[in-house]
Ligand binder design. Structure first.
Ligand code: PHE
Length: 453
């Protein structure tokens, strides 16, 4: 049996629910990953496919996680044990915990870089560097073991301090402060970027669809990006929604969070592409777009010193509300399944994730030659979690809700036992039973090369 403490912590306000859940969704995925993936996949055309996946697959998977989480009020493993006792469904929960380990390890590594870049912005470390030198600076930073390790541990520490404080007094409290702060910082950047001379090219690039750029890999990238960005497919949102109150409207929370996540990704695009175009940089410069290109742009920009600080603080804040959500998956699992105190569980999580995390950090330096299936450890964690475990988890979650829980329980959760109208339920059931599983399967098989279109 799951060892659930007598009084389970919970989110105390509607704004807290939205801020925490949107805080999980909005992160490096929106501000670091989305612009470069969109940039590499043709801008506007990618955006349209991405939006349709968020709508048709993302929101239904998210709603399904909410149904499972709030109905069971358990960690991701305990949730499946409780809702489907005596079956093997708990394996999905276990897979979620494993995915959480992997994501937390490599994501915290990248999150640590935001701290170094904030520090460099403050001490004016980018001053007068050419783009070539900036790229050298990036390479030598990630290519040396100590600094990235140091920042990795600082970020782990920040995350665990929020987690130890609890759901209401940690996660909810800090999300309510940090998310509006993030939004204001981003708006400042957007205004600066679109008022640069030559900004228009960036806006056109982001919004004007050029369908000749669409390939099968674009479609898989869009699905992977949607899953990663919305934090779905591994039980982060099952865990968070297990702390939702009974009166929360699950459907509307899902729509609000998905809308906020998408809106922030687009705003990040609007903050970045006009600047990229105004300074004649290739929009498809890849992962370095944020860490190499932007410091260069800030150098040439009036007030760039401040905008650089704002940007990297923003990136760090966004990452922090996401790492807490991933850590909570593991901590809730340890607390409820192994009867640990929250403090002990957090300590255990931090230590065990750090082992994998250190290997991820060192993947760009001393362990660069350690390869598994042709990937560095960092690359392997990144690839398998986002492109394999999340779609597989998302698939299993919609199948569970559509075929195992069934219409009656879904109806109960989505209407709060008949109190709300939810005219969308027939459509939702159709999507979780047929459309989403078939869509995910098809894109997945195509993506790993098992079928060819
Ligand atoms: N959604 C987060 C982001 O966009 C990352 C994340 C993935 C968080 C999976 C939790 C679970 O940065």
């Amino acid at each position: 049996m799951s060892g659930v403490p007598k009084k389970r912590d919970s989110f105390a306000s509607k704004f807290g629910v939205i801020a925490a859940t949107a805080g999980s969704a909005i992160g490096l995925g929106n501000i670091w990953r989305f612009p470069y993936v969109a940039g590499e996949n043709g801008g506007g055309a990618f955006l349209i496919i991405y939006l349709s996946f968020v709508l048709l697959i993302g929101i239904p998977v998210m709603t399904s996680e909410f149904i499972i989480g709030r109905k069971s009020r358990r960690n991701v493993f305990g949730a499946f044990r409780k809702l489907a006792p005596g079956s093997y469904w708990y394996l999905i929960g276990l897979m979620g915990v494993v995915a959480a380990f992997m994501i937390l390890a490599f994501y915290t590594a990248v999150a640590g870089w935001t701290l170094e870049y904030t520090y460099q912005s403050v001490v004016n470390g980018f001053e007068k560097l050419s783009s070539h030198e900036l790229s050298g600076m990036y390479e030598s930073f990630i290519g040396s073991p100590w600094k990235p390790l140091f920042w990795f541990f600082v970020f782990m520490l920040l995350t665990s301090l929020i987690i130890i404080a609890g759901v209401q007094r940690g996660i909810e409290k800090y999300s309510k402060i940090l998310m509006p702060f993030l939004f204001v910082l981003l708006l400042i950047l957007v205004v600066r970027s679109i008022t640069l001379p030559g900004a228009k090219g960036g806006i056109v690039f982001l919004f004007k669809p050029d369908f000749s750029k669409i390939t099968t890999s674009t479609i898989l990238e869009a699905l992977g990006q949607a899953f990663f960005s919305l934090s779905i497919g591994m039980g982060t949102l099952i865990t968070y929604s297990s702390y939702f109150r009974k009166k929360e409207k699950l459907g509307s929370v899902a729509v609000s969070v998905a809308a906020a996540d998408t809106f922030i990704a687009i705003l990040a695009g609007i903050a970045i592409f006009p600047a990229v175009f105004a300074f004649n940089i290739e929009p498809n410069s890849g992962e370095g777009l944020v860490y190499i290109t932007l410091p260069g742009i800030f150098q040439q920009m009036y007030g760039g010193y401040f905008f650089s600080i704002i940007f990297f603080v923003l990136l760090g804040v966004a990452a922090l509300t996401s790492t807490t959500s991933v850590m909570e998956v593991i901590v809730a699992f340890f607390v409820e399944e192994f009867y640990l105190s929250r403090k002990a569980a957090t300590l255990l999580t931090t230590l065990s994730v750090s082992i994998l995390g250190v290997m991820c950090v060192l993947s760009t330096s001393t362990m660069a030659d350690v390869k598994l299936f042709d990937f560095t450890i960092f690359g392997l964690m990144n690839f398998t979690s986002a492109n394999i475990l999340l779609p597989l988890g998302g698939f299993s979650i919609v199948i569970f809700v559509g075929w195992r829980m069934g219409r009656k329980k879904v109806y109960e959760e989505l209407t709060n036992k008949g109190k709300l109208k939810a005219g969308y339920i027939p459509m939702f059931m159709f999507i979780v039973k047929f459309l989403a599983p078939l869509g995910i399967t098809f894109i997945f098989l195509q993506g790993v090369g098992l079928i060819k279109l």
